[in-house]
Design a protein around this ligand. Structure first.
Ligand SMILES: [Zn+2]
Ligand SMILES: [Zn+2]
Ligand SMILES: [Zn+2]
Length: 221
């Protein structure tokens, strides 16, 4: 799909800002010049859509083959790999939004219905915003900031699925070079190298699994 780039106003520094509403990404350079193509690095995922309301979705999983080296997960729907976006109504969800759910649930934070004041579409948080409740949200559909009264975290997937808490065992697992992560969103099962420990030892340091994954995925928004 081709970019659809719109002018969305100026930054505080007076730089003109442009936004691509197709690929949910900014489309301007440091000087405020409009780019021909937006900054989205994986535009092809927007060509393949799966409507999650019209299809019978029994299982949604994400798998990070080795999260230490690659923070882009595979999406597995009903046991098949799906390389695209999950959609319903006017919500468009990517692997980043699914990673956001992993973080919010791991941090045991409520996921709320958050709506952009400008374009009226709903909001999903990912990366560090998925575990840091905030009152100024960046809408990824229109590229504008909007404010809510109480700090919160948004999720569009949580509006149609009941997403359970993640249950972990009181256990410490040593991680060497490979850290395989499999998260079954609708079951609340998180596997780290095929176990469910609540702590890991990584580079000779013991850390809570929440802190470990928060740090690795903080910039994935
Ligand atoms: Zn674009
Ligand atoms: Zn918006
Ligand atoms: Zn937000």
């Amino acid at each position: 799909m081709k970019c659809n780039i719109e002018y969305i106003g100026k930054s505080r520094q007076g730089i003109t800002k442009y936004y691509c509403t197709v690929h949910k990404s900014f489309a301007y350079d440091k000087l405020g010049n409009k780019l021909n193509k937006c900054l989205c690095k994986d535009k092809e995922i927007y060509d393949n859509k799966l409507n999650i309301k019209e299809n019978n979705i029994k299982s949604i999983k994400i798998i990070y083959e080795n999260i230490i080296e690659n923070v882009i997960p595979k999406i597995i729907i009903n046991d098949s790999i799906f390389n695209g976006t999950l959609e319903y109504d006017d919500c468009i969800l990517t692997y980043k939004d699914l990673g956001g759910i992993l973080l919010s649930k791991l941090n045991d934070l409520p996921l709320e219905l958050v709506k952009c004041n400008h374009c009226k579409r709903y909001h999903s948080d990912n990366g560090k915003f998925a575990y840091t409740p905030h009152s100024t949200h960046l809408c990824l559909y229109c590229g504008r900031l909007f404010r809510v009264k109480e700090k919160n975290i948004g999720s569009e997937l949580a509006m149609i699925f009941d997403i359970p808490k993640i249950k972990l065992k009181d256990k410490t697992l040593k991680i060497n070079d490979c850290c395989y992560i499999e998260y079954d969103i609708l079951k609340g099962i998180l596997l780290i190298n095929n176990e469910s420990p609540n702590k890991v030892i990584f580079k000779d340091k013991e850390v809570d699994i929440t802190e470990f994954l928060n740090n690795i995925l903080e910039n994935e928004f």
